[in-house]
Design a protein around this ligand. Sequence first.
Ligand code: ADP
Length: 309
Amino acid sequence: MGIADPTIMNSVNKTFTHSQQHPKLAMTVAVSLENVYKIYNQVPVVDNLSFDIAAGEMFGLLGPNGAGKSTTIRMLTTLTKPTQGNVEVCGYDVIRQRMQVKQCIGVVLQQISVDGDLTVWENMELHGRLHHIPNPQRQRLINQWLDYVELTTKRNDLVKTLSGGMKRRLQIARALLHQPQILFLDEPTVGLDPQTRRRLWEIIKDLNKQGMTMLLTTHYMEEVEYLCDRIGIMDNGKLISLGTLQQLRSTHGEGLVIKQVGDRWEYLFFPTLGEANNYLDTLQDKTGIMVRPSNLEDIFVELTGRQLD
Ligand code: ADP
């Protein structure tokens, strides 16, 4: 099954220069944000954001509610214009070359859902026609992607009769129909049961293995740990951390001491697990204290604060 369209691939010819790139990644920029702002009512909800995503990379964008993740995805997918700064997708400018950008991206957003009153096939057919994919290629691609997400037997069912996981798989199949280079997934597994979530992970991972560049947002840390090559953490519209999981762990501390203080827990980061254990050894009273390797959730909470919504 071919995803990559060489004609589009050739248009992506900027060199990937970010110092925190993942070693396995190709050296081509698929997505680039340079000093990007989105200002609503004089408030920058995206505030001087700069980062690149390499072709073939799986990039995870994390952040608490209101951090600016959806606004960022909306700018990258041409749904809203940046107030200031440069945004390029597949080498095209999101404002001046909007149509070319739309042609090279697939989008699975929370808000853009499939039409429940149409059948599975009708949803695919409509999307295919909107993208001017001629027949018989259109029918071939519809069959191919429905088969890929295991919805062939449901093709004549009304979408409103499908389970949440099936609807999400249909959204993905539809987003892939016009053979995009980059797939944007906004919380792709939210509200799904663990089995369905894992099935979607397999699909996402497989697409990435075939060369698809992906940006996904999620609140599930294990999703990012399992899927993503690099992680960007946003808070208050700013990128506050960027790197591979290993880079984030070595920057923020690989060893963690968790101490119970009254009815709260105190988290102390140490460069290594050994140093965390050495600290524990110095304590006379070790009651209510735990030492373990840090994980992404520890780092996320440390960086974005412990206050609740
Ligand atoms: P996230 O996806 O990280 O939860 P959003 O990008 O949805 O964050 O929102 C970031 C901030 O921008 C929030 O404070 C939100 O209220 C504000 N915001 C988003 N869209 C609009 C809009 N159209 N008008 C005004 N404020 C907005």
